[in-house]
Design a protein around this ligand. Sequence first.
Ligand code: ADP
Ligand code: MG
Length: 513
Amino acid sequence: MFILSEDSQRTQGRDAQSSNIVAGKAVAESVRTTLGPRGMDKMLVGSSGDVVITNDGATILDEMDIEHPAAQMIVEVAETQEEEVGDGTTTAAVLAGTLLGEAEDLIEQDVHATTIVEGYHEAARIAQSAVDEMVLEADVDDDLLEEVAESSMTGKGTGGLTAEALAETVVEAVRHVADDEVRRDDVAVHTQVGASSSATELVPGIVVDEEPIHDEMPGDVEDADIAILDVALEVRTGDVDAEYAIDSIDQLNAAIDHEESELRGYAETIADSGVDVVFTTEDVDDRVATHLANEGVLTFENLSSSDARKIASATGTGRVGALEDLSEDDFGHADRIRTERYGDDDLAFVEGGAAAETVTVFVRGGTEHVVDELERTIRDALDVVATALASGEVVPGAGATEIAIADRVRAEAAGVEGRKQLAVEAFADALDVVPRTLAANSGQDPIDSLVDLRAAHESEGRAGLITDGEEVTIDDPVDDGVVDPADVKREAVESATEAATMIARIDDVIAAE
Ligand code: ADP
Ligand code: MG
């Protein structure tokens, strides 16, 4: 009896399991070579010819047009990782793929999928407590935060800037928005092509792509009272089509005068209110613009609603829906509003005062590709610094934490009953993929490096594969300033385990045409 439509495709049992696992592994494999300081970049060319060059796992997987549903789940691992902690996306995806690979071997040895799932969950619990044990005792001060930032940047495009200089900027930005909590959303990143990346700077406020509506307006206003209008400053037109018959030149002049005085009235109302800078989300008539320029009011029109919201919330400005409601009560304030021209682009900087609750990393670089990758690098660094500052927990990087948790999981596997033990051991083996890949990507023999790392871990307690320029050494990562937020490791273990177990459990794929 057929219960499915003729067009649907069904794969069952081992075939379903193995095709899902192969797809998941393939995705993870595709980002493996980008891991770590010596990771390579990928160039992704879209169907319309747009090019993205990046080293960022989440970006690569996002740009790849992945269709297979199981493969898509690995993409989601990277997405979750990006959303939750902002870094460790490659690590999480590669770990998920390796867990799948190990599961495939176990299935071939006739270990049942549910046993694998249970074993993996057990191992993940052990791994999480092993991460706790690796947390450094040190205070999370600026120096440590800069190391966290720099570790997240190694191997990424920094547009020729030193990671050190960028790390300082990033930490300063996050410190700026940290009081009782870390308000990560109050750090914005704005890119502008056209200068060397060394011109990248921190703006105490916000930057928007807006230009003054008249050349004669002041380009730099200090101690500015701000109004945001949702009002069109144009001649009023009715909703109905109406025609007026004019039978003398006097009537025409009267009509024109009336229009003129209406428009001048708008500018006067605004000027009389005492406001210095006006942002409106609607159009402004050129004649109103001229009047406003004469009155010395800096005005911007057709503001996007997101920019209007940003400015309103940063400067404490109320939105005004009708000109007659314009009053001082709705004014916001900034220490300075200035406009700058960069090539063909005009930008407005709203700085200081209430606006200084937010901060913008103003990213410069010679080309679009440079600023784009620099922006991703900075966003990752902002995320890790915010994550580390919020939790106060940092662990050694360069594979040291993975070596340590694999060691713990392996040691505790002995106490696990039955075939589940095999799955726990397999989980430990999968964790080795991080140091192995760091080794392979920096031109080392992965097996030799792993053996040496384990030995060093055994004797020293903390050992990572440190890449410093051309040199690759086994050392305590903390001494070399290679540190990651603990939450990045926790999230990677959790999301990779979740995806791998979910895929391994599937034994029936029914696909509509
Ligand atoms: P992810 O997307 O997982 O963050 P990355 O390419 O950013 O991938 O690589 C992160 C890994 O590189 C982390 O395990 C981190 O500890 C490690 N790492 C960072 N700097 C160094 C370094 N100088 N030497 C060795 N490993 C490093
Ligand atoms: Mg990273």
